[in-house]
Design a protein around this ligand. Structure first.
Ligand SMILES: NC(=O)C1=CN([C@@H]2O[C@H](COP(=O)(O)OP(=O)(O)OC[C@H]3O[C@@H](n4cnc5c(N)ncnc54)[C@H](OP(=O)(O)O)[C@@H]3O)[C@@H](O)[C@H]2O)C=CC1
Ligand SMILES: CC(C)(CO)C(=O)C(=O)O
Length: 300
């Protein structure tokens, strides 16, 4: 299978590496610093029990999606439209496009730009870029996708490539379940620059998390979204299974990058307003992260 990864960051490099290791032809499309390092040395891939270099293709040019059977779309939520527009003229008609992004509306927004179906994928992985062309994997690495043309066969190929991929007929609920985890942890970890284990051990934090989750569940319920599984167990599980992890929002803030907060707590606050529900705790976290973004942008 020929796979193009749009957005050679933590998620794109992790999943691209797994597919390349399984023998698929992978090209990573990303920024010059990563692309240069990967073309020179290979992708530096660090994970439990594995630290080495993987040879694969990398390019800064969006036309590298040409001829791909599958595009894994892995840019941050704010970059969805622009990256979509860049690859649009080069997509083969048979190519499947999967959005591996947090937030619940990226696949719909990308579909709007491309004018063709995009499969939303819920991503459970903890990864970060530790330097140019260097992906550091902290754990997990599975996908939940929506049904779609050929998705059964693609899910089988990914699962064989050590990317366990399941198809859900309630992917909207699965995306919301992940959104709720992000709303619960990302902003708190970002504001305090603490990892999840330390965070929840501080007085009052579990109460704030409970308030955030209750607000999110109220909004989901008002929108008719059915959250699969035991969401409270999933929320609690993050602090134990990813105790040492800093949220992607914390990492973005620490690097002076724009965060995805508008697509996380901000999305819930907007949806709540549309159904007339108050979300004071989500709104407070959203505002605090936005203030920190502004402070970082001002350089003080
Ligand atoms: N990291 C994680 O553990 C997890 C992340 N996610 C989600 O996955 C998605 C991707 O996250 P992550 O991999 O961490 O993000 P990263 O910022 O590490 O990776 C995205 C990369 O894509 C690059 N990029 C953006 N636009 C373009 C473009 N038009 N052409 C080429 N490259 C581009 C970015 O460059 P630049 O920074 O210069 O814009 C960046 O290097 C997000 O929605 C995130 O929330 C989900 C689960 C876990
Ligand atoms: C699940 C979680 C919270 C793991 O870090 C994540 O998706 C993120 O950091 O954005």
């Amino acid at each position: 299978m020929k796979v193009a990864v749009m957005g050679a960051g933590a998620v794109g490099c992790y999943f691209g590496a797994q597919l390349a290791r399984a023998g698929h032809e992978v090209v990573l499309i990303g920024r010059p610093a990563h692309v240069e390092a990967i073309m020179r040395d290979g992708l530096h891939f660090e994970s439990a029990g594995c630290d080495g270099y993987i040879r694969l293709n990398a390019s800064t040019a969006p036309d590298a999606v040409s001829g791909a059977d599958l595009v894994l779309f892995c840019v941050k939520s704010a970059d969805t439209e622009e990256a979509g527009r860049q690859m649009l003229p080069h997509l083969a008609s048979r190519c499947a496009i999967w959005s591996l992004q947090n937030g619940v509306d990226n696949a719909d927004r990308l579909q709007e730009v491309l004018g063709r179906p995009v499969t939303p994928a819920v991503v459970y992985v903890a990864a970060e870029m530790a330097g140019a062309g260097h992906v550091l994997h902290h754990g997990r690495g599975e996908l939940v996708i929506a049904p779609g043309d050929n998705n059964g066969e693609l899910a089988r190929l990914l699962t064989e490539a050590s990317v366990p991929t399941t198809i859900s007929d309630n992917v909207a609920g699965a995306l919301w379940a992940k959104l709720i985890l992000n709303c619960a942890y990302n902003a708190l970890s970002a504001i305090t620059q603490l990892p999840y284990g330390k965070l929840v051990s501080q007085p009052g934090v579990k109460d704030v998390i409970r308030d955030v989750v209750e607000e999110c569940l109220g909004v989901a319920n008002a929108l008719g979204i059915v959250i699969p599984g035991d969401i409270w167990a999933a929320v609690e599980g993050i602090a134990t299974t990813m105790a040492g992890q800093y949220s992607s929002t914390a990492q973005d803030l620490a690097r002076g990058k724009r965060t995805e907060i508008d697509h996380l707590n901000g999305f819930v606050v907007d949806k709540a307003a549309s159904v007339g529900l108050p979300t004071p705790v989500n709104r407070t976290l959203l505002t605090l992260v936005r203030l920190l973004e502004t402070k970082a942008a001002d350089g003080r």
